[in-house]
Design a protein around this ligand. Structure first.
Ligand code: GLU
Length: 516
């Protein structure tokens, strides 16, 4: 299809994929699907120094977990592959050479000592920018300053070199970003970026532009941190004669710390106690020490809730609607509604989404979570009972694991009792009512929430005590806590014998408050 929308997510496998990167992938996916196009996953692994083994698998697994499934990738293949830049290595040199031949790039033979010396000279001369550019290139060892024969001799002798872009000295570079509008940069602000490194690998800039062109990418949707590189990419498109098919750019706003003070980092997550990565992983830090990163998946977030939350971090539908399935997101998504300014990260909002998605599941679906945890605890439980329990708890929980942590008393009699409630509520009156209640329960043929309640009322009426005064004491005896879902429902699920037993234990164990 001639005008098919083709977008790409192009991560570098240098470690765990930050949630900002996941959001970029998601927006690319939504944009592709909305426009009946294709999303491509391209692994940008040309920087051997930053390559981290396992990072690519991590990216793949993260995207799979989020339901962001590319149409073309190193795994599914596609007509424009290979989709890993290291496997495309042979393709880039020709383009760099073409740039050299046409006078838009040049060989540079400077050693790192010579480059350092240049920076020192510039520093001493109080020049603000210490760059290799249209001014400084004239004093360096390159194919612009050296005689042609010497350049040829150096190349023939196999001397190490890089190829640099020859950025024009006086040119206004303009691009119309879909999020930010017109962006204008003067070429004097851009340095002569290396395009081919001395190890024969292309740099990000060259490989990225060549691949976007060869893969027929129509829109480049990526993080704001790449905006400064965009004018350079525009120059490359122009020099390579691809201006007519240059993709449209959309640079996404940053994800900010909760207080809005700068970019959200791993450290913020560690400090504030929430993950900034989709799934758990282990990668070397800057010193090469293995470091664990925690993930949303392992913290109990449902993938749909996570993607819904991420989608709204930087984009808004223009309505009050907050809950969107993936297909609803596809339907509603437009680049025009992506904000220009950074978005503050709010973990409470992420939790809220998780809660909503859990609440919207059927009790049967939720029972699976509880049953899985019970299996780990070696506790057997009928599915029907688990279904009843999750039904009672679902309004109160944020994560699937909460069914177990908040509902343990359905399986084990309390070993500890809330001290404050005990001090306040375990009165002689409470003990009297509870022992009478236990006796009455013995005579009930079938214990249901209704019979549990009517029996209690009979006992209370007999003693002239209002129900509100005694509820927490009963809850304390049954569950050890002062709060929880509907008490009569808990009693019905526990069953007559267990309830009578627990009341007996509490009466035996708990110190009675003397003065009421
Ligand atoms: N490889 C770059 C990254 O790691 C891709 C940037 C782009 O999308 O152009 O984010």
């Amino acid at each position: 299809m001639a005008n098919e929308v083709r977008v790409r997510f192009a991560p570098s496998p240098t470690g765990a994929l930050h949630i900002g990167g996941v959001r970029t992938a998601l927006y690319n996916y939504l944009f592709a699907k909305k426009n009946g196009g294709k999303m491509i996953l391209r692994v940008e692994d040309t920087d051997q120094a930053r390559f981290v083994s396992g990072a690519e698998d991590y990216i793949k697994e993260s995207l799979e977990w989020c339901g962001v499934v590319p149409d073309e990738s190193p795994y599914s293949g596609g007509e424009y592959g290979p989709y890993r830049q290291s496997e495309r290595k042979a393709m880039y040199m020709d383009y760099a050479l073409r740039l050299v031949e046409e006078g838009n790039a040049y060989y540079a033979f400077d050693t790192s000592e010579e480059l350092d010396a240049m920076r020192e000279r510039l520093k001493a001369a109080k020049v603000a920018s210490l760059q290799y550019n249209s001014i400084t290139r004239a004093q360096m060892k390159n194919s612009i300053t050296l005689p042609e024969a010497e350049v040829k001799a150096k190349l023939a002798a196999g001397e190490p070199y890089v190829i640099r872009l020859k950025v024009p000295s006086k040119e206004e570079i303009r691009l119309n970003d879909m999020v930010r509008g017109w962006v204008m940069v003067h070429s004097s602000a851009i340095d002569d970026k290396v395009l081919m490194k001395s190890d024969g690998m292309p740099t990000y800039h060259l490989a990225n532009v060549v691949d976007d062109h060869l893969m027929k990418i129509t829109h480049v949707i990526r993080g704001e941190e790449w905006l400064p590189s965009a004018p350079l990419h525009v120059l490359l498109y122009k020099f390579l004669g691809w201006e007519g098919t240059m993709p449209q750019f959309a640079h996404l706003p940053l994800l900010l710390k909760p207080d809005g003070n700068g970019k959200l980092s791993k450290r913020d997550g560690d400090k504030l106690g929430f993950p900034v990565f989709p799934i758990q992983g282990e990668f070397p830090d800057k010193e090469g020490k293995l470091e664990k990163v925690s993930g949303y998946r392992e913290s109990g977030y449902l993938p749909d809730a996570f993607t819904n939350f991420l989608a709204l971090l930087g984009w808004n539908p223009g309505t009050e609607q907050e809950l969107f399935s993936m297909s609803e997101l596809v339907e509603a998504f437009t680049v025009e509604r992506i904000g220009k300014s950074g978005t503050k990260f709010d973990i409470n909002k992420a939790m809220w989404f998780n809660q909503q998605y859990l609440k919207n599941k059927t009790n049967e679906e939720l029972a699976v979570y509880l049953l899985a945890e019970l299996e780990k605890q070696d506790i057997t439980c009928e599915k029907s009972k688990a279904t009843q329990i999750v039904g009672l708890l679902k309004e109160r929980i944020n994560f699937p694991s909460d069914f177990w942590t908040q509902g343990q008393y359905f399986f084990n009699a309390p070993e500890k009792y809330d001290e404050k409630i005990t001090r306040k509520k375990w009165t002689t009156e409470a003990v009297l009512i509870l022992s009478e209640y236990a006796k009455e329960l013995e005579n009930i043929a079938e214990l249901t929430s209704e019979t549990a309640k009517s029996t209690l009322i009979t006992v209370l009426d007999r003693n002239g005590i209002p129900i509100g005064k005694i509820m927490q004491s009963i809850r304390l005896a049954i569950s050890g806590t002062g709060m929880g879902p509907e008490l009569m429902d808990i009693i019905a699920i526990l069953g007559k014998e267990e309830v009578i037993k627990r009341i007996g234990i509490a009466i035996e164990k708990l110190p009675v408050k003397v003065v009421d």
